[in-house]
Write a protein that binds this ligand. Structure first.
Ligand code: G1P
Ligand code: ZN
Length: 543
């Protein structure tokens, strides 16, 4: 089988973002499109001859076709061993786990996360490095540069491999191993979570529902919850990955997982409810009668992680993205451990985890994780929650309310204004930036501004500086409003406004979030002129 060099034209793709290259499926179906991007990845890497590459995706439309292409190209470019999940499946956290467990050089993950799939849906390709985490900017910049200049790619003339048959097949000079996508991940979870306690929990009648949203986590959740831990069959719903996610939007929020939410709030709700997204890195956590915000979930997991074997010796530190509420800071302070505030995006946690400075990290956008892999991990968060519930023997709602009584409650909401005209969104941010020095000491309505800045982050490990990461307005009473533009939207601009108020008084902890934040929401509009500048009276999404 000989290597074939195919002539191609430089790629007219946009710069890949932090989550790799994401486009509609028909874009990826164009001749040479996948090939060009994959060759650009390989051309950006050095020293992989004979090494191991991990390949897998979230099972969405075009996954299998892209994987066959990548296998041939990886072999032609000189990788020695390629590990691919059976059926082409690997959740994002499992891919990160396999890269680390097998000492791979890196991995290619095919996913567009929580975006819809199917023939007209989204597809994506991203590269992860040997620590199991997303490629740093140095590599993504190099990939982009190569896409602009490349003239050829390398592949093999070889038929498609059988992705269903577990075991080794030869492809040119490389061996391709089709692996059980769950095995390494399950082995890792066994070392972190008290599986015996969880077996007893389910044997004792504890009931939960896990909505896999017809996405990548289904096989993992079934194997672990129903297989290993003895939860009754049917605990995992929508557990079969489908190329179009059953026509649904695999985003585990209160809109797209509404059925689960309604179940958990209604009479006869099970003890616990959870969901994860297309590629399994995001999570939704709902106790009976209580939705637990990702910011609170991070704080609660940090406060209780020592109850699980993997964290019994305590945490080194807790990291959160800047717009995530300050609830976890209070836990870190009480535990006397490091607390870090990073820009939005999982890649900023990588250095802190690698350096042993943080153990648990999270984002308000439903991402929670720990140093066990280098991606956020939806099912891990669910298992850690179950471990906490088993160890404490109390309902989730009681645990959350006790946490608020102890630490105070960070009321929190995010308002998204989607598909705003880009010029209007940029002008709004520029106008806020221009006022940063005037704002401190001024009053907006009844509130006094204490400080305002455009968030900049100096990585404590490598000293790199990331500027302009979002505008923070801090008020004298500890409340906070953050404005930033999304880096992942596809149409126009998405303005995200994050509103937070700290309430120490337990007597007020039952109040409605939107109601208690109403005065601050009004101030957020007054400060930025959202309605005037964007023409939007209401956000498109409230979380
Ligand atoms: C969004 C989330 C962010 C997350 C990213 C990738 O980015 O807000 O927390 O890391 O998706 O999953 P944004 O669109 O806000 O730039
Ligand atoms: Zn995702």
């Amino acid at each position: 089988m000989s290597v074939r060099v195919v002539q191609t034209k430089p790629f007219e793709g946009q710069k890949p973002g932090t989550s790799g290259l994401r486009k509609k499926v028909p874009v990826f179906q164009q001749p040479n499109y996948v090939e060009n991007f994959v060759q650009a990845i390989f051309d950006s890497l050095e020293g992989f001859a004979g090494q191991t590459l991990v390949v897998g995706g979230d099972g969405r439309y075009h996954n299998r076709e892209a994987i066959q292409t990548i296998l041939r190209m990886a072999a032609a470019n000189g990788f020695g061993r390629i590990l691919v999940g059976q059926g082409g499946l690997l959740s994002t956290p499992a891919a990160s786990c396999v890269i680390r467990a097998k000492g791979a050089f890196g991995g290619i993950i095919l996913s567009a996360s929580h975006n819809p799939g199917g023939p007209h849906g989204d597809f994506g390709i991203k590269y992860n490095i040997g620590n199991g985490g997303p490629a740093p900017e140095k590599i993504t910049d190099a990939i982009f540069a190569h896409t602009q200049t490349m003239r050829e790619y390398k592949t093999l003339d070889a038929p498609d491999l059988d992705l269903e048959r577990i075991g080794t097949q030869q492809l040119g000079d490389a061996t391709v191993e089709v692996i059980d996508p769950v095995a390494d991940y399950l082995a890792l979870m066994r070392t972190l979570i008290d599986f015996d306690a969880l077996r007893k929990l389910f044997a004792g009648g504890f009931r939960m529902r896990f909505d896999a949203m017809h996405a990548a986590t289904g096989p993992y959740a079934k194997a672990i919850l129903e297989g290993e831990l003895g939860a009754p069959a049917g605990t995992v719903v929508n557990g079969t990955p489908l190329p179009d996610f059953g026509g649904h939007h695999p985003d585990p929020n209160l809109v797209h997982a509404k059925e689960l939410y309604d179940l958990m709030m209604g009479a006869g709700a099970p003890d616990f409810g959870a969901a994860s997204d297309g590629d399994g890195d995001r999570n939704l956590i709902i106790g009976r009668g209580i939705f637990i915000t990702p910011s609170d979930s991070l704080a609660l997991l940090a406060a209780n992680a020592h109850l699980a074997p993997g964290y019994a010796r305590g945490l080194k530190g807790v990291a959160r993205s800047m717009p995530t509420s300050g609830a976890s800071d209070r836990v870190a302070e009480k535990l006397g451990i490091g607390s870090y505030e990073t820009p939005t995006g999982w890649k900023f946690f990588g250095n802190l985890l690698d350096a042993g400075m943080a153990t648990i990290c999270g984002e308000e956008s439903a991402g929670t994780g720990s140093d066990h892999v280098r991606e956020k991990d939806g099912l891990w968060a669910v298992l850690l929650w179950l471990n906490v519930l088993a160890a404490r023997g109390e309902p989730a709602k009681d645990i959350v309310q006790a946490h608020w009584r102890e630490y105070g409650r960070n009321y929190y909401t995010r308002h998204d204004y989607e598909e705003v005209e880009s010029d209007a969104a940029n002008a709004l941010m520029a106008a806020l930036r221009a006022r940063l020095t005037d704002l401190p000491g001024s009053r907006v309505g009844d509130a006094e501004v204490k400080a305002a800045d455009d968030f900049a982050y100096t990585d404590p490990v490598d000293g790199s500086v990331s500027r302009s990461q979002g505008i923070r307005v801090l008020f004298a009473d500890g409340s906070r409003i953050v404005y930033r533009l999304s880096g992942t939207g596809t149409a126009g601009a998405t303005l995200r406004v994050y509103i937070e108020r700290f309430e120490p008084d337990p007597a007020r902890h039952d109040e409605d979030t939107q109601a208690i934040l109403r005065p601050l929401i009004t101030i957020a509009d007054q400060l930025a002129g959202i309605r005037a500048r964007t023409g939007r009276g209401e956000p498109s999404v409230i979380t």
